[in-house]
Unconditional design. Sequence first.
Length: 73
Amino acid sequence: MNDVEKNKVYLVTGVVIAIDESDGILIAGMLSDSPFNAEDSESTQTKNLVGSFAFTRQKAEFLRDRLNEFLQE
């Protein structure tokens, strides 16, 4: 990731939440530069997909706890 990308704010689009018996809740989504195509402000297609993410409730709790520890230092 270059310096320009580090200073950008990406939009979370297309979030999906699913429930799994073993891992609990799974949250997945996409990151994009723009939420919609320029031609259609209500399009479900993202214009500039940057990446995607997915994590379970357990992973989210772990990340939250580590972030809280870091911020308290």
